[in-house]
Design a protein around this ligand. Sequence first.
Ligand code: F6P
Length: 547
Amino acid sequence: MKTNITELPEWQALTAHHQQIATTHMQDWFDADPERFARMSLHFNDIFLDYSKNRITSETLPLLIRLASAAGLRGKIEELFTGKAVNFTEGRAALHTALRDPSATPLLQHGQDIKPAINHALQQINAFIRKVHSGEWRGSTGKPVRDIINIGIGGSHLGPLLGVNALSDYATLNLRCHFISNIDTMHVSEVLKQIDPEASLFIISSKSFTTLETTTNANTLKAWLQAQIPGKNINIHFAAVTAAAAKATAFGVPVAQIFPVWDWVGGRYSIWSSIGLPLALLIGEENFQEFLRGAHAMDEHFRHTDFEFNMPVIMALLGIWYINFFGANNHAIVPYSHQLTHLRTYLQQADMESNGKNISRDGTLLPYATGPIIWGEQGCNAQHAFHQLLHQGQHFIPVDFILVAQGQQNFAQHHDILVASGLSQAQALLYGKSYDAALAELIAAGADKTAAEILARHKSIPGNKPSNLLFVNSITPRSLGALLALYEHKIFVQGAIWNINSFDQWGVELGKQLLPRILADVTGAAELEPHDSSTRGLINHYKKVKA
Ligand code: F6P
């Protein structure tokens, strides 16, 4: 395929189509077509997607699908699932889908079937869950586990954090899960105040076991724990999830408590692997299996369904439509669900680390935009914070609303209000309020005509703002698995069409490279590295104020 997809006839057809419909108000399409919702919505298992409130006609999706086909999407999906080195800058596969595939069909990496290793890791996790849940696991003073503390950052943090918060209702034991990701000791101290050291299990979660934040925190916590439990061998309080088992052993983690992860699992796609250990310990073996099953069902849907009815493909194509044809540079995620509090940060890493790229597969600088800025907040909080900008601001902001049909029943009215709020925001973005309607309201309320004519301008809302609405039946291990896999595949499709590598992160690596040099200058007496005047000035300022 052409490197520059903007030269494809399919792209040019979309440009022409955009010119034709860009100024049409969605309201006109809704008025003209009572079947629009029925035609532009889709159900898959526990997830319902309404994409009718998008700036599209019945021609748009077929044109976008043609672009996807011209970009070789079908073949690229097969490459992903069959373990080709889709992470071509690091020569690796990205086989998160294999982690949730229950079939025994062999999948080769470097000539070896990886399925037995995946299975073995799951058995190891399950055996550990049983040990912890039965009380057989005891700390160095004989106490069973009460506090699980995950020490990890990025993909070794955000997935477990999201999962544990979303699925706490499924906890089968009174375990408290804590997360230490940041190197900021304020974060560390905050967690340490809440735990019982003798009943603690620290999970060092680091694929590389070299991430500075994680290794520094792990060493600090080990020293802290030893001081809390003097004279005992505290190693039993540590487990590790890593691809570098030797490093974990050197740290002192007992071999039976070292869980594997492999180079073909990307950090931000790793919740399905042993990185999910805190979640698995909290919700238990069967629920964790359900989580994997939900994701696998979405994998099957994605892999085998025609693009026209394929949920991740449709969401990805709509994103491309806005980014590349309407010039959107961002995408808001607004879940009306406290359980999905951490979805936005999870998706920030998943999407922005994956598709925040500017170089095509063959090494040329891309002449078109790629991954959007992902941002958002849970509703209704978002309404009282930034929705004003959605309604009347000048930026183009597509929104994903995520609603949950079955919420907690003990306060049923709350849940109806929550759902109605999400629906009314989506409707407000669609219709807005015309100048005439605003004026009529003011006049009806007895306002002076001249003043009303001015005020009505402020009160008129353009509408025509696009949104998807995902209705999840309820937040269960299965539906959460499906939801996360849905977004993973959406991100994959966009990267495939943009012809980029969605699985590396060289920008992040640059920060990791620079840190030791700056750290040496921050802590040392003299400047070792020549810096720009700003960095030098700031280092000196810090040293002076600190002293
Ligand atoms: O943020 C960069 C990154 O490499 C992520 O991709 C990864 O999830 C995170 O660091 C943590 O890496 P590790 O698991 O090796 O500590």
